[in-house]
Design a protein around this ligand. Structure first.
Ligand code: SF4
Length: 329
């Protein structure tokens, strides 16, 4: 008998478009549409980690913010435990935000410098679990500090007294204190030294196991998500271009954009690393205000042909390894 994995989050054909002013026409300013996220669909299963990868400006952080209701979606559906999130009122959001917490990129900037770390970590408890007494809150904060590797006797210190890695541990403690089901980690290690990155990733992995969490882990480079992801979603210019298991995306890479990202991932063997061929991406990321016709990657793709200019490939494939490319085999 096989046990079906439980889907906790369903994102269906989600788009996030922003109306912005065209600053070039000063006299009669027109509005333009910035297409940050286009028609993105994926499921997240209980207890799994989905890595979302792509260059800066590919829409991954906007997608995360739409899931947690920090930006409004323009089209599509987001279902959390079967409940539609795009039509919720403020009261309903409060309940969901207890379940879905977020960890941000810049650890120090995301912490209020005027608050002690004890108060920073306790803040979500005061919002989502106001019935707890002062003593209960303090006890939970101390226990959580121990869990993330911070000494509880530092509870009255301020964020500037901590290193970047320790600040990220404070951010993790703050996100976990309400015992959420899902943590969205928005580039949580990109502002940290490489040596500290591994420590934070390992901490998240062990806490995930211990607290039975699901994670969405956003990064701009495949090397970082490699050590934590069960599945990986690759995004380019607001579009999902490849989605599959860790094994499929890393070892049977299909999309030309993912192949270019993969070629930049360091190989631990110095000889192989020296001899590997890096596929440099030509040109810049096009503007999401004026994306290319057809395939969004065609202006930088070495395989692009007439078909790619005329038509847009959709995400499809076999064995849950989905690719948006006409030439994917
Ligand atoms: S559809 Fe064409 S342009 Fe797009 S990735 Fe595939 S080959 Fe390249």
């Amino acid at each position: 008998m096989t046990t079906e994995k439980k889907v906790i989050l369903e994102v269906k054909e989600l788009s996030v478009h922003f109306k912005i002013k065209d600053t070039k026409s000063l006299l009669f300013p027109k509005h333009q549409t910035l297409k940050a996220v286009n028609n993105v669909s994926f499921n997240l299963y209980e207890g799994e980690t989905l890595g979302i990868v792509g260059e800066s400006g590919c829409g991954k952080s906007t997608l995360a913010r739409a899931i947690i209701g920090l930006v409004e979606s323009s089209k599509g559906n987001i279902l959390w435990l079967g409940k539609e999130l795009t039509e919720q009122n403020a009261k309903e959001w409060k309940a969901v935000r207890n379940d879905i917490q977020m960890i941000f990129q810049d650890p120090l900037a995301s912490l209020n410098p005027r608050m002690t770390i004890g108060n920073i970590i306790a803040e979500p408890l005061k919002i989502y679990q106001p019935h707890l007494s002062k003593e209960e809150v303090k006890e939970k904060v101390r226990a959580m500090m121990m869990k993330v590797g911070l000494l509880p006797n530092l509870i009255n210190r301020y964020p500037h007294e901590f290193s970047g890695g320790q600040c990220q541990r404070i951010g993790i403690a703050r996100a976990l204190i309400v015992e959420p089901k899902l943590i969205i980690c928005d580039e949580p290690v990109s502002a940290l030294d490489v040596s500290i990155q591994a420590q934070v990733v390992n901490l998240l992995k062990s806490l995930q196991k211990e607290m039975k969490l699901s994670l969405i882990f956003i990064a701009h480079d495949l090397a970082v998500v490699k050590h934590i992801s069960d599945r990986v979603l690759v995004m380019y210019l607001g579009n999902a271009v490849e989605l599959g298991s860790y094994e499929q995306v890393y070892h049977h890479t299909k999309h030309p954009y993912t192949k270019a990202l993969m070629s930049a991932v360091p190989i631990p063997d110095p000889k192989l690393e020296r001899n590997k061929q890096i596929q440099l991406l030509e040109g810049d990321l096009p503007s999401p205000i004026n994306p290319p016709s057809g395939c969004v990657f065609r202006t930088r793709c070495p395989l692009a042909d007439q078909h790619c200019i005329a038509d847009k490939p959709i995400l499809k494939g076999l064995n849950n390894h989905l690719v948006a490319c006409f030439q994917a085999k």
